[in-house]
Ligand binder design. Structure first.
Ligand code: PRP
Ligand code: URA
Length: 210
């Protein structure tokens, strides 16, 4: 498994505002979108392309186009939805599938409550969006699900990750082709399974408390 942690002053600056508990939801949503677009640039580095011949006003030349089957972007509801616009801005021709997951805040175990994905993901490159990689239960389950459907490789974009979550996902993916792209690698989890220093509950900060 490859792990890429962003190292760019603009990303760190935006993350600092995102972490601030006084940042209101509209600003939090806008920053999440901007951060994802920046992280998506790195995350799509290995997107498959094929040669494409075009005519410029001057001559004929060969460029590239994104290969078929199209990449599949999979936001994990609810908080991953806040990352979708930022991702499709960079890769507008990608298709989008959805996974709804919620973590039990007592046991920290994830449950999948919704799934809207193609039945067959053979030969697909998948991009999973989930802002928080905490224990790794949610992301690990999502990645495993995509491989069982036939995905060839999975890249996950997370705004923040904890070392415990990375270790858990690594154990679960067991040598399969997975890349994690993180906005920052935080210190640890606290006793409630929250990322420290973190940003709190990403879903609540995007959409309010349910
Ligand atoms: C949050 C977050 C991740 C998950 C991370 O979702 O968006 O999906 O927790 O925790 P884990 O790594 O320990 O599994 P949550 O379950 O709060 O649902 P929500 O997005 O609907 O708020
Ligand atoms: N889910 C969140 O939204 N935040 C955390 O810190 C951990 C899990």
């Amino acid at each position: 498994m490859r792990v890429h942690v962003a190292d760019h002053p603009l990303i760190t600056h935006k993350l600092t505002v995102l972490r601030d508990k006084n940042t209101p939801s509209p600003v939090f949503r806008a920053l999440t979108e901007e951060l994802v677009t920046l992280l998506a640039y790195e995350a799509t580095r290995a997107v498959r392309v094929e040669p494409r011949q075009i005519e410029t006003p001057v001559t004929t030349t060969t460029g590239v186009a994104i290969s078929k089957p199209k990449p599949l972007v999979v936001p994990i509801l609810r908080a991953g939805l806040g990352m979708l616009e930022g991702m499709v801005k960079l890769m507008p021709t990608a298709e989008v599938g959805f996974l709804g997951m919620v973590r039990d805040e007592e046991t920290l175990q994830p449950t999948t409550y919704a799934e809207r994905l193609p039945d067959d993901l053979s030969d697909r490159q998948c991009f999973v969006l989930d802002p928080m990689l905490a224990t790794g239960g949610s992301l690990g389950t999502a990645i495993d699900f995509l491989f069982k459907r036939g995905a060839v490789d999975v890249t996950a974009i997370c705004i923040l990750g904890a070392p415990e979550g990375i270790a858990a996902v690594e154990k679960l993916v067991d040598g399969r082709d997975v890349t994690l792209v993180l906005g920052a690698l935080d210190e640890r989890l606290n006793e409630n399974g929250y990322i420290v220093p973190g940003l709190g509950d990403a879903g609540d900060r995007l959409y309010g408390t349910v």
